[in-house]
Structures are given as structure tokens and as C-alpha cells.
Write a protein that binds this ligand. Structure first.
Ligand SMILES: *Cc1c(COP(=O)(O)O)cnc(C)c1O
Length: 340
């Protein structure tokens, strides 16, 4: 298929309407068969559950072109499983996991002309999501829902080179113990907007959230999990019931252990320890890993030895191995790459 004439290298991370999206409706206790549509507009009753009580969940993954010209996505089965967990926690019907992957594949196939070419650094971002559609005024779950998938091309994350981030320890909490921090729900983002805008107003790129109960343990940022590297080269990643289980982080942990033979610890990480780490990175679909150069705790600076101009050596090795697997340069573990 002829690619669209888009300046791929200079795309940012913003919404661009593409040709097709997938829609399935849940009504009378069942999902309909679902279909692609050209209509990007959602029409809803003014009292829809999503509008009144924020009953909505989402996922995020990417499609891209490998070195040998295939169009692929990365581990969509894990997005399907995570969305099922999110649905259960918000009293929404599960969209069957096999159908989730099929919907992603169908939507990407229908928008193949928008999948950026290999080497551009750009990708086709895929957004599956689900929300309550019928009128709900007394507080209760909706009983009609839409599951949708749209795609939008996004530019290279490290445009103009890698720039390590400066992040601040937030005075706000992202997630309560026994709350919804471990699911991908719009509500977690709605309440983080004030915190991220505050961080930006104060000159920081991101927030480091600590655990809400004791404010002594590292949780995550608004949209990415932490990965630390100790001075003796061990990978350490925070374990907590209130962080979102990043698929990128889980893949990096696997790669570190199984492909690179590194030692990995998934455990509680005290904020006290952060000053002793050699490297720090943020893991998520968008960047794979963004290096953190500096953490600021109310004026007190922690500067990682990896510095403010490049990724640290271990972070870089993990980054290159995982992106090598994604781009088809290195052999992928069974089932990681799904061809469109
Ligand atoms: C989506 C998300 C991540 C990253 O998860 P990936 O599956 O790696 O994209 C991390 N933290 C939060 C809060 C998220 O919503």
C-alpha cells in the first residue's frame, strides 16, 4: 500500500485522524460483532456513564515497520490482558482478549498507509479504549459500552537526540493503596493533570510519585515505570500494588535477565536509595526508556553519574536490545511480535 505523504521525522505526539477505526457495542449483556468505520465522531447521550462518572479505560501500543519491511505490533496480547483487568476493576464487561488482538490488527491493516516507514523513528500509535455509553445518573455502572480502537501516526520520541529528563518528587499522590493505580483508567490521568502542570510550571519534565501511605517508597511517574541501575550494574525496578504494570518494563526485565544475563531485582525501592543509583530511566511504550539525569526533592538535587547529555551505558544497552527486538534486527522471544 502506498504510504501517505507525511513528514514522518517531524511528527510530534498529537492526534491525526486516520481513515478507519474499530467499534464494537455492548448491549443486553453481549458484544456485537464489531466493525471498522470511517466516522471519527462518537455521539453520546448527555448523561452517558463516561461523561458523568468517568467510567473509561484505555490501552496504548504501537505498530511500526521492521527493517525487512513487515508491519508489526509488539505484545498486543498483554495489552488485551491488562485491559481485561482494568475492565473488571471498573465494573465494565471484558472485551474478549482474542478479539482485542484481532481488532488491533484489523485497525492497523486498514490504516497501513499511515504506518511510518522503517528508519523514520516514527510509529503508528494505537489506542484501544472502552467507555460507558448509556444514561447513568444514580451512581452505578453503565450497562451499555463501546470498545473502540483508533490509530494516529506519532513522531520519533528522541527527536534531535536523547535528552535526559529532570524530574521532581511530587507533593501529590498518583494512586492510593488498594485504589486504581494498577489499572489503565482515564480517572488516574484526570487527577494527575494538576500535578503534571504544576511540575511543568516549576520547570520539571515529570513527577516522581512516592507511595501515598508512607511517602518513603518510589512508585512511578504519571505514565511510565522506573528502572534503576546500581553502581555494580544490577537492574532494580520498584514493586508495588499501586503502580501500572508497564509492558515495556516487563519486557526490559525479561531482556535484562534472559538475553543479557543481568541481575534484576523487582522489589520495594526506598526514596533514600535513589541517590546511590548509577542510572535511572522511565519505561513506557512511547519512549521505550527515557533516561533521567536528575531528581529534585524540594530543592535537593540528586544527579545521576550518567549525566545530562546521554543515556547511561546499561540503560543504553537495554534500550538497544529491546528496540533491536522490536525492529526485527534481533530475534524476538516467542509471541512478542505480531505481524499485520
Ligand atoms: C501506560 C502506562 C505505563 C506504561 O506502560 P506500557 O505498557 O509500557 O506502555 C506506565 N505507567 C502508567 C501510569 C501508565 O498509564
Amino acid at each position: 500500500m502506498e504510504k501517505k505523504n507525511i513528514d514522518w521525522e517531524n511528527l510530534g505526539f498529537s492526534y491525526m485522524e486516520t481513515e478507519k477505526r474499530y467499534v464494537s457495542h455492548f448491549k443486553d449483556g453481549a458484544w456485537d460483532e464489531g466493525a471498522l468505520t470511517g466516522d471519527a465522531t462518537v455521539a453520546l447521550n448527555e448523561c452517558a456513564g463516561v461523561l458523568q462518572y468517568a467510567q473509561t479505560i484505555f490501552e496504548g501500543l504501537k505498530a511500526y515497520t521492521t527493517e525487512d519491511g513487515r508491519t508489526v505490533t509488539f505484545r498486543p496480547d498483554l495489552n488485551a490482558a491488562r485491559m481485561a483487568d482494568s475492565a473488571v476493576r471498573l465494573e465494565m464487561p471484558v472485551f474478549p482478549e482474542k478479539r482485542f488482538v484481532e481488532a488491533v490488527v484489523q485497525t492497523v491493516a486498514a490504516n497501513r498507509a499511515y504506518v511510518p516507514p522503517f528508519g523514520s523513528g516514527a510509529t503508528l500509535y494505537i489506542r484501544p479504549y472502552m467507555f460507558g455509553t448509556n444514561p447513568v445518573i444514580g451512581v452505578k455502572p453503565a450497562d451499555e459500552f463501546q470498545f473502540r480502537v483508533f490509530t494516529t501516526p506519532v513522531g520519533p520520541y528522541f527527536k534531535g537526540g536523547v535528552k535526559p529528563l529532570t524530574i521532581c518528587v511530587s507533593d501529590f499522590d498518583r494512586a492510593a493503596p488498594h485504589g486504581t493505580g494498577h489499572i489503565k483508567a482515564g480517572l488516574n490521568y484526570a487527577m494527575s493533570l494538576y500535578a503534571i502542570q504544576t511540575a511543568h510550571r516549576n520547570g520539571f519534565d515529570e513527577n516522581m510519585y512516592l507511595d501515598a501511605a508512607t511517602r518513603t517508597k518510589v512508585e512511578e511517574t504519571g505514565g511510565a515505570n522506573f528502572l534503576f541501575v546500581t553502581k555494580d550494574g544490577k537492574v532494580v525496578t520498584p514493586k508495588s500494588d499501586s503502580i501500572l504494570p508497564s509492558i515495556t518494563r516487563r519486557s526490559l526485565v525479561y531482556v535484562a535477565k534472559e538475553c543479557l544475563g543481568m541481575e534484576v531485582e523487582e522489589r520495594e525501592v526506598l526514596f533514600e536509595e535513589v541517590k546511590d543509583f548509577a542510572e535511572c530511566g522511565l519505561c513506557g511504550t512511547a519512549a521505550v526508556i527515557s533516561p533521567v539525569g536528575k531528581v529534585v526533592d524540594h530543592g535537593k538535587e540528586i544527579c545521576f553519574p550518567s549525566g545530562m547529555s546521554d543515556m547511561g551505558p546499561v540503560t543504553k544497552r537495554l534500550y538497544e536490545t529491546l528496540t533491536g527486538i522490536q525492529m526485527g534486527k534481533l530475534e524476538a522471544p516467542e509471541g512478542w511480535i505480531v505481524e499485520i
